[in-house]
Design a protein around this ligand. Sequence first.
Ligand code: CO
Length: 158
Amino acid sequence: MAIRTIVQKGDDILTKKCKDITEFDSKLHTLLDDMKDTMFSANGVGLAAPQIGIMRSVAVVLDIDTEQIYELINPKIIESSGENNDIEGCLSIPGVYGYVVRPSFVRVECVDRYGMSQVIVGNDFLARAFNHEIDHLHGKLFDDLVSEFVDIDDLEDA
Ligand code: CO
């Protein structure tokens, strides 16, 4: 397990699309474990592989209510509904926060670290975090979606 360096906005890596994972081996498991360590050490609630320079479709998300960690591999949003407008931040854009409208419910199809298919659902905060991280895997950053930037410095980053 290791803490990796987080790529900052301005690096082209963050604007590129990721490739799907095809090998569910120890290399993937190390990547996932390192991503969790890196997320926790940065006090984040989510991290996508391109944020540590790995162009693969992998993300981790921390549910702040249950402290459960979700591992999203090759995730696809297969259903979304509702609307939720709240403040968001990103570990790759330190100090920047703003309101982003996200679906209040999503259903995500992905695979686990052993390659087994799974479907995960998320409401409100979790739906926002899933959307934010899956956007990273498509080279999209949250600040492009902000309707109003806000000046605060004590929120969670993803
Ligand atoms: Co982010």
